[in-house]
Design a protein around this ligand. Structure first.
Ligand code: UTP
Length: 289
């Protein structure tokens, strides 16, 4: 069985829900407390054993590449000023030389198309796919749990989390079949079903481990909802020839793709920091009162 070594981060979306900020700032570079959203997602992948990080970017996203580069002058200045803690923080997050790749999705034709743009960089091996909109918090990271399930099953793994059963119309929902190790067989996937039609309340929460055959399917995938090339449509076809397993993630998920989810993530992560919690609690109490 091939190890999952590479992760794809599709960061080419226009981020229209964050206009006007996203006119010039990629939404993945907006900060949750003191670090860009994309840093949390890369950290999750690294913690799960991923060795190579592939970013599918687009126009106005150049500073994502700069962010993951070594900032030589900054490090020099910090060293001269004796700022050891800051130097160590930056070093702990710095990808090693040669472990990042960047390609551009020239037109925002949908998530499926963005993933397809990474085909040559991934090659003929299974890969992790992490949507940077979603950031997670839990004891065992979502991707680590998924890699363990992949090692048990050797197939495709899609992470799901529970949503309010009344809100299935906001998400991609899976049908859950027989248990398989720490996961279950996925029996179907439905985009935004009404609660009465939903096969479960388990929604796809933005983390996948996919076999490379998905690329051939994406190459021929017709446009779907929103006139975009939809990853879900290609995954459904993948399910005709390969097994799809669901990984039931039980930690917290924050959808930083919407302003309200982004603000919630900021509050949650700030309250989770021992050095910030007392001040943030006071501020929230004052503003709410
Ligand atoms: P979203 O639809 O949530 O992102 O796509 P968006 O289009 O940037 O946001 P809004 O709706 O306009 O506010 C989910 C993920 O897929 C990526 C996005 O960057 C995001 O990480 N994506 C989407 C692409 O890389 N390319 C696309 O063509 C579409």
């Amino acid at each position: 069985m091939k190890k999952v070594r590479k992760a794809v981060f599709p960061v080419a979306g226009l981020g229209t829900r964050f206009l006007p900020a996203t006119k010039t700032v990629p939404k993945e570079m907006l900060t949750v407390v003191d670090r860009p959203v994309i840093q949390y997602v890369v950290d999750e992948a690294r913690e799960a054993g991923i060795e190579h990080f592939i970013f599918v970017t687009g126009r106005n996203k150049g500073n994502i590449e700069d962010y993951f580069d070594l900032q030589f002058e900054l490090n020099e200045t910090l060293a001269q000023r004796g700022k050891t803690a800051q130097i160590e923080l930056l070093q702990s997050m710095q990808p090693a030389a040669g472990t990042t790749s960047f390609t551009r999705q020239q037109e925002p034709l949908g998530l499926g198309h963005a993933v397809w743009c990474a085909r040559d960089l991934v090659g003929d091996e299974p890969f992790a796919l992490l949507l940077p909109d979603m950031i997670m918090r839990s004891n065992i990271s979502c991707m680590r749990g998924m890699v363990e399930l992949y090692e048990e099953t050797g197939s495709n793994v899609i992470a799901v989390a529970e949503c309010d059963p009344a809100e299935t119309h906001k998400y991609g929902i899976v049908g859950a079949g027989e248990k398989a190790g720490a996961g279950f067989e996925i029996t179907g996937m439905v985009e935004k079903p009404k609660p009465a039609d939903a096969p479960s309340n388990l929604y796809i929460n933005g983390r996948y481990i996919l076999q490379p055959e998905i690329f051939g399917l994406l190459a021929t995938q017709a446009r779907g909802a929103g006139n975009e090339i939809q990853l879900t449509d290609a995954m459904l076809r993948l399910g005709d020839t390969q097994r799809l397993f669901g990984y039931h993630y039980r930690g917290e998920t924050y959808d930083c793709g919407s302003p309200e989810g982004f603000v919630e993530a900021n509050l949650a992560f700030a309250l989770g920091r021992a050095d910030l919690r007392p001040q943030i609690e006071t501020i929230v109490r004052r503003l709410a009162g």
